[in-house]
Design a protein around this ligand. Structure first.
Ligand code: T4K
Length: 391
């Protein structure tokens, strides 16, 4: 890492990159290696590697307790958890989701021959706009999937009201919202169920993994059956199912990372504050905020570049990449502009003006325990000098 003091220090002006090695968004947070290796030894000694093992059971209890919810059913990844939850809820026909989300939200429906109907977002919150949701309801609509994007809650009450008025099922893609709360209640307690992702790039990871959280006993039972081929005991299949199981070693990673979670939140908060100091006074630049009165993980640092900024979003991204800072344009260009939806619903964009607007201005910056104050300072200096030299 080198000091960036003037435009001549930037790689786009012929200098060497600010970072020798690529600086990634989504660098995994990893807890105690010793504790993980101890779990590994125990798992090997027990010769119980998968199928409802003891580490998994304890992990599920801890995740449920952490979110103050009755049931946690852990899965091999968040996408399969979404698919199973969607199926267990009996969704069919059309389901309303935002287009401004990771592609898995849409694919989990399309994969099961359900039409994802894209509703527009609120450009300030980046989450579903309830009025837009109302506009997309048809006789074929059976459900709504709200997404707590960036860990900030979807409009939970408004969506529940719409769902109740129209007899629709409501669930949440809470892939970004591990350990977050809304009005003091932890995520996991809203809608029929909520789905977490524990992917390596998430603030809390189990290498790959996910879970369905719910307070509904019957739903939890069905989801548990579906996760394990529909088996109820040995030789007895009582439900259609698939293989969505989380293995023991993965659950062990979860146990270790859960112990380290406070440190990760602290690191994210520190990084967020440092980014805020470096960026908030720049013209046309803003950072997405978090409600300080709630639990947040600050796992995404979301910078928005508006028209008042003398440098375009894409030019900033390009400069950052040249400096080896691999910032991301999440979730550009929106699901409706990706295949197969771009071809299946070529006119979807007509109803998605805010989605387009937001997708064209976001840059996600690196954070997590792999990042410290000095690194953030260097990243913000690059952005600052770039913008000031064009002002
Ligand atoms: N719903 C939402 C709203 C989601 O955001 C996601 C996942 C899901 C559902 C589905 O959950 P999962 O089935 O994934 O559990 C990444 C993740 O793969 C994906 O899990 C995540 N969302 C999404 C937001 O980000 P990509 O396509 O950006 O991944 P990739 O390979 O470009 O990696 C991202 C960055 O992380 C890179 O800069 C490299 C770095 N990285 C990645 C890995 C895997 C590391 O430094 N180390 C690593 O081990 O999707």
């Amino acid at each position: 890492m080198k000091l960036i003091l003037s435009p001549q220090d930037l790689a786009i002006n012929g200098a060497s990159p600010a970072f020798e090695k690529p600086l990634h968004v989504g660098r995994p947070n990893i807890g105690s290696r010793e504790a993980f290796l101890k779990y590994t030894e125990e798992i090997f000694d027990r010769r119980w590697l998968s199928n409802d093992g003891p580490v998994l059971k304890e992990f599920e209890q801890r995740i449920a307790a952490h979110h103050d919810v009755k049931h946690c059913v852990a899965m091999c990844n968040g996408t399969v958890a979404l698919e199973i939850a969607i199926r267990a809820l009996g969704l069919e026909g059309e389901v309303i989701i935002p287009s401004y989300t990771f592609i898995a939200t849409a694919h989990a429906l399309h994969w099961q021959a359900i039409t994802p109907v894209f509703a527009d977002i609120n450009p300030v919150t980046h989450t579903l706009d309830p009025d837009a949701v109302r506009r997309m309801i048809t006789p074929r609509t059976t459900g709504i999937i709200g997404v707590h994007l960036w860990g900030r809650n979807a409009p939970i009450e408004a969506l529940q009201t719409i769902a109740d008025e129209h007899g629709l099922k409501l669930m949440f893609d809470a892939a970004h919202a591990f350990g977050c709360s809304y009005k003091g209640t932890m995520v996991g307690n809203f809608g029929a169920c909520e789905v977490l992702s524990f992917h390596a790039t998430k603030f809390f990871n189990t290498f790959e993994g996910g879970a369905v959280l719910t307070n509904n006993d019957d739903l939890a039972k069905t989801i548990r059956l579906m996760r394990n081929f529909g088996f109820s005991g040995v030789d007895n299949v009582i439900h259609p199912g698939t293989n969505g199981k989380m293995i023991e070693i993965v659950a062990a990673m979860g146990m270790v990372n859960l112990d380290a979670i406070d440190n990760v939140v602290e690191a994210n908060q520190r990084n967020y504050q440092a980014y805020y100091e470096g960026l908030s006074s720049l013209p046309g630049i803003s950072l997405l905020t978090f409600d300080e009165s709630e639990f947040n993980s600050y796992q995404y640092v979301v910078m928005e570049v508006c028209e008042k900024c003398p440098v375009t979003r894409d030019k900033i991204i390009q400069a950052l990449h040249t400096e080896n800072i691999l910032a991301r344009k999440y979730f550009w260009p929106g699901c409706h502009n990706m295949m197969p939806y771009r071809e299946l619903y070529p006119h979807a964009g007509l109803m998605l003006a805010n989605t387009q607007y937001v997708a064209d201005r976001v840059i996600v910056l690196p954070t997590g325990t792999a990042i410290d104050y000095k690194i953030v300072k260097t990243v913000t200096s690059v952005i600052q000098i770039l913008i000031e030299s064009e002002s």
